[in-house]
Structures are given as structure tokens and as C-alpha cells.
Design a protein around this ligand. Sequence first.
Ligand code: ADP
Length: 183
Amino acid sequence: MKVRIHGQILELCQGDITHQEVDAVVNAANCSLAGGGGVDGAIHRRGGPDIMRETDEKYPDGCPTGSAVISGAGNLPARHVIHAVAPVWSGGARGEAALLAGAYARCLELAVENGCSSIAFPSLGTGAYRYPLDQAARIALSTAIDFLNTRGRPELVRFVLFDAGAYGAFAAALEELSGNTPK
Ligand code: ADP
């Protein structure tokens, strides 16, 4: 599913984030950037040890929840990995929505600052961190839509959903938010 926002493309696909040929892929990291399972495990396995070597050196204090940092992409087909830290879901009253939106917005900002014209996101927070999928999808997409509307960049924002359930949740949210007919 693909829509145009302010002339730029926002699209959804089902797949694996490590296979994306874009300028920047986003990692679902933890705040110590210490490596983990899910998206993080896949990125470091396929990308090789250079990525962790670089983040250890540049970001010894890790990255705060709700923010993101950037590195090279090792053996991945992308040029950069942007390591984003989503909040751990604990009921919704601990600022989770603002932190999740902040993580997405910071990734987009870093992509633009680093001259990336395309970026691919996984669904941050909805795995080990248990953020409810429907709510996370609305936050992810509304943050991307706001950013594209105000900044007009990057040219391509892709959400790569790992399974049909996540794809369905993002597709429903995108139809609701974009007001555009899916193409
Ligand atoms: P978090 O700790 O932020 O919740 P996870 O990596 O546990 O991050 O999961 C985030 C989402 O990414 C989940 O919906 C999970 O199914 C999905 N996912 C896991 N592996 C991949 C992958 N290789 N590519 C894209 N999405 C993935």
C-alpha cells in the first residue's frame, strides 16, 4: 500500500527490515545499544560486527528512550542504521505515546540531517516491548505524515511489517489517517 504525502511516498510492505535497499534502515534497539533479539538481533547478525563496534565507540552511554542515534550499516544493503529506542509498554500512562512518537520523529530528523532520501522502519515497540499494535501503528504513521507535511522530506518512508497481522494494523491506520485511497 502506497500513498503520497506532500509529494513524497509513504508505503507499507510485508518483509524483513534487513533486506531493504534504502539509505537508512531503523533498528528497534534498547537504551544500552547492547544487542538483543527481534529486529536488533537480525540487524547485527546480517550487518556484522562493525555496527556494534561503531555504536560502542560513538555512543558509550547508549541512547535515551524516545530518541535515536545513527551508525554505518556494515554488510546490510543500506548506507546507515538508525538505532531507535521505543518505550517499554506499561499501560499507557507513563508517557509511552510521546516517547514512541519522539523515537520515530528523531529517526526522520537524523535521516534528513544525514542526506538520506529513503528510510525503512520496522514497527518499533510492538515486539518485546509489547506496545499495542493498533495504537503503535497510528502513532508511527501520524508522526511520519506530520513530518512529511511539514518538512517535505525524505522522498520515501517505508514501513516494513514482519507479519500479516502487523501489516493489517498499519494498513487500517494508514487508510484512516491519510484520507487517500490505497494504490
Ligand atoms: P521492540 O523491542 O521495540 O518491541 P522487537 O524487535 O522485539 O522490538 O519487535 C518490533 C517489531 O518488529 C515486532 O512487531 C516484530 O514482529 C518485528 N520484527 C522482528 N524481526 C523483524 C525483521 N527482521 N524485520 C522487520 N520486522 C521485524
